[in-house]
Design a protein around this ligand. Sequence first.
Ligand SMILES: Nc1nc2c(ncn2[C@@H]2O[C@H](COP(=O)(O)OP(=O)(O)OP(=O)(O)O)[C@@H](O)[C@H]2O)c(=O)[nH]1
Ligand SMILES: [Mg+2]
Length: 307
Amino acid sequence: MEDIKLLLKGLALADTRAIARSISIVENELDGYKQLLTALPLGKSTPLIGITGPPGAGKSSIINSLIRLLTGKGKKLAVVAVDPTSPFNFGSLLGDRLRMSEHFTNPLVYIRSLASRGSLGGLSAKIIEVTDVLKASGFDYIIVETVGVGQSEVEIVGLADTTVVVLVPEAGDEIQTIKSGIMEIADIFVVNKSDREGADRFAKNLTHLVHRHKNEKWVPPIIRTVGIRDEGITELAEAIENHGSSGILNEKRAYLLTEKALRLIQNEKMRDTDRRLIYRMIEDQARRPDFNIYSFVDNLISGKPVT
Ligand SMILES: Nc1nc2c(ncn2[C@@H]2O[C@H](COP(=O)(O)OP(=O)(O)OP(=O)(O)O)[C@@H](O)[C@H]2O)c(=O)[nH]1
Ligand SMILES: [Mg+2]
């Protein structure tokens, strides 16, 4: 049995080993994980910055530059990279590792990757718990990198205080290719790879689009960056600060906590649900002409034999 009180003390002192151990306890639901979670001091809210965008847009490069800038000011950062396990994103973990490796020995930075495998949506099943452990560990910022495919970019909004969407000009000046959902989730837009042709036009078109979707409380700024050369990163850090102090977060707080509560309830309810088992049962039963998905689910929930 772990000494949870000792771990909590370790977290309060930002002890790296206590952080790593606590994360692994909540991630794998080891003995004492509930006790640990319910005792986390979450009163002081550490800003959680979500960085999302298409594969290869430069998210890790930008985070790398942000780390350099912010640790240079003595800030302590935790970075969580959610690794998509879908086959076309293979290699991104290695990419993240390499690009942030210069910071691995920096005592001001804690870097951790989480697999999204097994989660219902796009983010890791335990991302809420993991980021809450980090919130109790004395960091000035928590940054979460997710590849913006499918659900994950919508989910990040329910987790992050500030959502940064990274785009690249090569998405074309066909600004319509930007999914409309993105306009709703971005607090800040980054046009990365601004060293490339078409960046001007792209940023200009994006500005038009943002103003069409404008809400009067916060107009998402558009920051042009060159991630590999640290260009635009000071402006990005400023934009993040501005968003944090705009008063919007106070309004957003209840919304974020509600989103979290709903996801935790959902996870709790789905706890014993085994996707593969259901798949196998359906594979077997769907061949029957009288197969009915509603009766199937009813039986499953009420524990009646379904085979
Ligand atoms: N020309 C140019 N290349 C860049 C820039 N920023 C990043 N890159 C390159 O783009 C590639 C992808 O960068 P990453 O930072 O790994 O992108 P990512 O969005 O984290 O990628 P995934 O996590 O795999 O989705 C790398 O080869 C970078 O060197 C930039 O501003 N200009
Ligand atoms: Mg990356």
